[in-house]
Design a protein around this ligand. Structure first.
Ligand code: NAP
Ligand code: GLV
Ligand code: GLV
Length: 325
């Protein structure tokens, strides 16, 4: 008898890829060098579950190649790599890993805020290159963080965790989100603004919306033009929320002071002009990249998959309608 298959598209921290053990199922882990789509297609027969990465595009075409597929467990909170609507139509359950990565991701947004405000990266490079010949009144001048106005776009788990950290910096907190969160406004002393007003009033803007139809290219040249010339924009959400060409143009024209990016419109490609700019901090999508958090995410993604296949509710389901609960 052919066993049912579970595919895992990468080894996981804490060796969680080795901890899936369900009687009647065999687990196949992709080799690092193999192309993901080839791996999936090669193993499509009898595949019931896939644990995948945010870089794995789970579209109609690939789902149609997997007639037995019942669950996609995403090793990420964001699920814009998955055609959820189509999965739902096919009765495929989609799960993700919210919550466990919130604080780690908020820490990284703050690392970018501080680095981009105070030119930490070029200053480090300068120092290593032996160019530090003595204290100077105007060496690497940035702009303050303390006491300034922080504008958060997307006031969910991570957006609010970023706001909590702003208390120690005595900041005024503004937010724009799909809806109002009156409890969080009270708890965090945050004020709602529409997007244009938030862009006009903030000194530092941090983006925390998921990528969806409404947030795609939310930030264009027209929007960047509204920002203060001394302002900083940080994006640790998804690259496609900012129109990258427009960001480059705004930075070149000096419309804003600096930017900090963990994600890119055409990831892993980065706009070549960004690579040349000293006032832009560029990170390789490492928002949740701590040992603790990546291990917790692996445990959660595995638990989602195992629970579903054992007829228990997964910890986090993106399309609960497929479970009829
Ligand atoms: P969350 O709790 O769902 O928060 C997202 C917030 O954005 C919610 O308040 C949501 O409102 C709001 N929102 C949704 N669509 C919007 C739109 N079009 N315009 C304005 N606001 C909108 O999610 P989270 O856990 O904070 O994660 C946020 C995102 O961060 C993830 O989706 C992922 O893409 C990204 N992320 C990146 C990294 C990294 O490594 N760089 C790490 C973790 C997460 P509703 O409540 O109405 O939906
Ligand atoms: C990371 O980008 C995530 O969505 O978990
Ligand atoms: C700087 O080092 C100062 O003492 O002002």
């Amino acid at each position: 008898m052919i066993k049912l298959k579970i595919l895992i598209t990468s080894k996981l921290p804490g060796n969680w890829h080795e901890k899936v053990n369900i009687p009647g199922y065999c687990v196949i882990v992709k080799d690092e060098n193999e192309d993901t789509r080839e791996f999936i297609v090669r193993n499509s027969d009898q595949t019931v579950g896939i644990l995948c990465l945010l870089t794995d595009r789970m579209d109609k075409e690939i789902m149609d190649k997997l007639p037995s597929l019942k669950i996609i467990s995403n090793y990420a909170v964001g699920f814009d790599n998955i055609d959820v609507e189509y999965a739902t139509k096919k009765g495929i359950c989609v799960t993700n890993t919210p919550g466990v990565l919130t604080e780690t991701s908020a820490d990284l947004a703050w690392a970018l805020i501080l680095a981009a405000r105070r030119l930490i990266i070029p200053a480090d490079k300068f120092t290593r290159e032996g160019k530090f010949t003595g204290w100077k009144p105007d060496l690497f001048l940035g702009y303050d963080v303390y006491g300034k106005t922080l504008g958060i776009i997307g006031f969910g788990r991570i957006g609010q965790a970023v706001a909590r950290r702003a208390k120690g910096f005595n900041m005024k907190i503004l937010y724009y989100s799909r809806g109002r969160d009156f409890q969080a406004e009270k708890d965090l002393n945050a004020e709602y603004r529409d997007l244009d007003d938030l862009l006009k009033e903030s000194d530092i803007i941090s983006i925390h919306t998921p990528l969806n139809n409404e947030s795609y290219h939310l930030i264009t040249y027209e929007k960047l033009k509204l920002m203060k010339s001394t302002a900083t924009i940080v994006n640790t959400a998804r690259g496609k929320v900012i129109k990258e060409d427009d960001l480059v143009r705004a930075l070149k024209e000096g419309l804003i002071f600096s930017a900090g990016l963990d994600v890119y419109e055409f990831e892993p490609q980065i706009h070549p002009e960004l690579l040349k700019m000293d006032n832009v901090v560029l990170l390789p999508h490492i928002g949740s990249a701590s040992f603790e958090t990546r291990t917790r995410m692996a445990e959660m993604a595995v638990t989602n998959l195992v629970n579903f296949l054992n007829n228990r509710p997964p910890l986090s389901v993106v399309n609960p309608e497929v479970l009829n609960i």
